[in-house]
Design a protein around this ligand. Structure first.
Ligand code: TH1
Length: 866
């Protein structure tokens, strides 16, 4: 290694050990320096965006001090490390988060104020980093935040997509998708590592190693002769720990063509084909697949997965090898968590490295793998369980396919030994599904190759043990466990809800709750305090005002006749990916029923401005549909057209307003969640593995209308189920109802639902354009109406409808008593300590990874109180 030519490094260390001062003057100087030298902008033409960029660069400089110290410390101490492999990270914005972690928001606000900028305005200059679809990607981001706050020696690995989650627009009441080129104005937070590069093989064939190669030192039995070689370049994103020196790394890979390979192709004389090949390499990390819980079996997706797994594993093995330790001890020093099956191909990839590159015998290599890997399952939806056709995998990854067959062979002979003669069991658990085309079942690969398999909530754990992976549970009962998801209280309370955070800190007498989340429980002691209740209400009101302002300046900007938005109204929020199992449909049908009932009532009490004795509601939907998911797009259209009808009705508009907020993302969630009085978590029971926004809402004092599904059950248990509005069939009942449907026992449609469906079928929701084109009746909603009338709808919307209406009515009654409502709200926040991702990550660290904190010492203990 090139250590440079400096013999006496005293001077170097002297300079390096000085940290940048945290005074207003020093910060201002740095910001201005970045404007001039990094951005090369004239100091006299600073707009908001360059002020944001310069501020971000100056914060990055401070992050890097901690980052470098942390990484150096980890290398010295060499603790057991954790690697979190996730194909998605839904990070959102970074500036506010970094300032909060470093505890320097105040001094930055002051510095910028004197330079003529408001810090909060600069926050809005930042584009969300949306390298994920929804809950799964956001969970990964929360876990990084918690791991850093807890000083765990953890790194995240992911992909650096050029296009993140698509931007959603509503055009003619329908979803349209636009590319999210999030890097277009620069991303100041990352460090490009052009020197951290790995070659990843694809295509080609496998042959036996020749005696000459073996003599030459080749350690494996087989040689993969690839047809394509892609380079993976590292981009590092510092992940600051809240009020600690620890700053972790999120390493994202970007694909690029390999030069060596170019030369080969060009020499073969095929110039255009060689250029096309370069393009193919770059394409691998071009785009995030926009499907949440429904895999698209595209070869490019498998390329992404292998590219990701291979680059990450090569990096991890290289880092470990540098320590000089034996590969047989690899699993004692490294834990690798696989976030769903998307990175599961990492298991045969580690086998390949250990067998072919390191020459380990099969048995030893396999023992290392199982000791190292752990797999998290996030869904039980059958259509979401990933499989890859064997011919596709064979062509793209011939050596990996061969290893998977070998793994399966060894595994199945164990199964046959334990269950002699039980061939149907062998077929059920096999990693390869037989059929017209054989399929690789990625979940089975994940289970067989890991020492721990975890669900993400208790009910989900029961379902995977009893149903989904029952055969595996019988073989490896100790492997299975669950770790209930959590959310970071920093982003999801401290940062997004400054109003409520102040009240909490004031009530508890310190800010310790942001790190020691158990402190939140003490809020319950004050739930009946008049003073706290008033402050609590005021905080909620401020959050609502912020949301109203946001809606007025975006959604309603060009509306000639906008509805009035009353902060005293009940704000009900339903925000998540649009999916049939999440039942946004049931909600909008309920909203239409409410509208029809309001109209009935208004007829009785004509002549009044607003309808008396009715709790006014502002109902907000938001969420994206996968571009190919037709039904989900119809549901969006239904919501948008219902909102148009309802918001324009002069009779009801002071009592009911409905919005579909376009382009839902993390930063919009940060505005919506604090403003909610109630949130909807109404999935068909047994279908939502956990859900995590339920936790974010309750943490911000919002109530939940919810089913007995996922983490709702545990939330209800923590806070007391009488505090929430729980309804509907439970998971067991859902099974029974579906079994009855399958026997042909259809249900009759409930009267209220029948009324709403008839209303839609009357053509009430048709747009002007549709009418002009002569369309009548249900129009675009024909299929939805038919399904509701079938009496056997798979997601049990009709079955649960009456009990849902009852829960809504309960909520109306409860909201009419502000004192009791506020007391309840305080108790909800006070009961949410269990759902901090700090708790989840501690559980993973103790029970699955077996790693301990590795706090970084040193004078960087400069994270003093401001
Ligand atoms: C989600 C689950 O639906 C949700 O219930 C859970 O809270 C969250 O993961 C975090 O555990 C999932 N997201 C995805 C995304 C893809 C594939 C499967 C799932 S499950 C792409």
């Amino acid at each position: 290694e090139d250590k440079g030519s400096v013999d006496d490094t005293t001077k170097l260390w002297e300079i390096l050990s000085e940290y940048q001062p945290r005074t207003v003057e020093a910060i201002q100087k740095q910001i201005v320096t970045h404007i001039e030298y990094t951005l090369a902008r004239s100091r006299f033409t600073i707009d908001h965006h360059s002020a944001y960029m310069a501020t971000a660069y100056s914060v990055r400089d401070r992050l890097l001090e901690y980052f470098n110290d942390t990484q150096q410390y980890f290398n010295e101490v060499f603790p057991k490390r954790v690697y979190y492999l996730s194909i998605e990270y839904l990070l959102g914005r970074t500036l506010a988060n970094a300032l909060t972690s470093l505890n320097i928001s105040g001094v930055y606000r002051e510095s910028l104020r004197e330079l003529g900028f408001v810090l909060e305005d600069l926050y809005n200059q930042e584009q969300d980093a949306a390298l994920g679809n929804g809950g799964l990607g956001r969970l990964a981001a929360c876990y990084l935040d918690s791991a850093a706050a807890l000083d765990l020696p953890l790194w995240g690995y992911g992909l650096r997509y050029n296009y993140g989650m698509f931007t959603q627009s509503i055009i003619e009441e329908k979803q349209s998708e636009f590319p999210d080129f999030w890097l277009s104005r620069g991303f100041p937070w990352e460090i490009e590592r052009l020197d951290v590069v790995y070659a990843v093989n694809m295509y080609g064939f496998v042959r036996k190693a020749t005696p000459a190669e073996l003599e030459d030192g080749y350690k494996g039995k087989f040689v993969w002769e690839p047809d394509m070689e892609v380079l993976a370049v590292a981009y590092d994103l510092p992940i600051p720990g809240y009020k600690t020196n620890t700053t972790l790394n999120l390493r994202l890979w970007q694909s690029k063509p390999s030069h060596d390979f170019d030369l080969m192709s060009f020499n073969r004389g095929n110039y255009t084909a060689a250029i096309a090949l370069r393009q193919e390499c770059e394409n691998i990390t071009s785009v995030l697949y926009p499907d949440d819980s429904t895999p698209q079996g595209r070869e490019l997706r498998l390329k992404q997965q292998y590219f990701f797994a291979s680059a990450s594993l090569q990096d991890i093995v290289r880092r470990y090898r540098k320590s000089g330790r034996s590969l047989l001890e690899f699993g004692q020093y490294n834990a690798i968590q696989i976030n769903d099956t998307h990175p599961a191909v990492a298991i045969p990839e580690l086998m390949r490295i250990l067998l072919d590159e390191e020459g380990l015998p099969w048995g030893e290599a396999w023992a290392v793998c199982v000791q190292t890997f752990a797999y998290t399952n996030h869904t039980v939806l059958p259509e979401a369980l990933e499989t890859w056709p064997v011919p596709v995998m064979e062509k793209l990854l011939p050596r990996i396919m061969q290893i998977i067959f070998d793994i399966n062979c060894t595994f199945l002979s164990c199964v046959r030994k334990r269950f002699p003669g039980d061939e149907s069991r062998v077929e059920r658990v096999s990693i390869i599904a037989e059929g017209h085309t054989q399929l690789v079942r990625m979940a089975h690969l994940g289970i067989v190759g890991s020492h721990a398999v975890n669900a993400v909530a208790r009910l989900h754990g029961e379902i995977i043990q009893d149903r989904l992976f029952r055969d595996f549970y019988e073989m490896f009962p100790k492997r299975f466990t669950y770790v209930t998801n959590g959310v970071t209280p920093r982003r999801w309370l401290l940062e997004c809800n400054p109003y409520l955070s102040h009240v909490i800190t004031d009530t508890l007498g310190s800010e310790d709750w942001t790190k020691d989340i158990e402190q939140l429980c003490r809020l319950k002691d004050h739930a009946t305090s008049r003073k706290l209740q008033q402050q609590w209400l005021m905080a909620k009101r401020l959050a609502k005002e912020r949301l109203i302002l946001f809606l007025k300046t975006t959604q309603l900007k060009d509306d000639p006749n906008p509805p009035t938005l009353d902060p005293n109204a009940m704000f009900v929020v339903h925000i998540k990916r649009i999916h049939e199992y999440k039942r946004q449909l049931m909600n909008i049908l309920q909203v239409l029923l409410r509208y029809l009932r309001l109209k009935d009532y208004a007829e009785l009490v004509t002549g009044t401005e607003s309808i008396p004795h009715v709790v006014p509601r502002v109902i907000i939907f938001a969420g994206k549909a996968a571009p190919a998911y037709t039904r989900a797009k119809e549901i969006i259209q239904l919501i948008v057209s219902a909102a148009r009808l309802i918001n324009n009705d002069p009779v009801t508009r002071n009592s009911l307003v409905v919005f579909f907020v376009a382009d839902y993302n993390v930063s919009k969630a940060e505005i919506l969640i604090p403003a909610a009085d109630i949130s909807e978590h109404i999935s068909t029971a047994g279908m939502e593995a956990s859900g995590t926004s339920n936790m974010k809402f309750a943490l911000n004092g919002a109530n939940i209308i919810g089913t007995y599904d996922g983490a709702n059950i545990e939330i209800a248990e923590e806070v007391g189920k009488e505090k929430l509005f729980m309804f509907g069939a439970n998971a067991k009942e859902v099974e029974d109802v579906r079994a009855a449907y399958a026997r042909g026992e259809a249900e009759t449609i409930p009267t209220d639902l029948d009324r709403v469906i008839s209303f839609i079928e009357s053509g009430a929701l048709l747009s002007k354009e549709e009418r002009a084109r002569g369309i009548t009746g249900a129009g675009a909603y024909r299929a939805i109406c038919d399904e509701m009338r079938s009496g056997t709808d798979y997601w049990l919307v009709a079955h649960d409808f009456q009990s849902y209406i009852k829960a809504q009515a309960q909520a109306d009654r409860a909201f009419a008593n502000p004192k009791a409502w506020t007391e309840n709200s305080i108790n909800l926040t006070g009961g949410m300590a269990h759902f901090s991702s700090d708790r989840s990550v501690k559980e993973y660290a103790d029970r699955i990874w077996k790693v301990k904190p590795c706090p970084v010492p040193g004078q960087t203990g400069s994270i003093e109180e401001e």
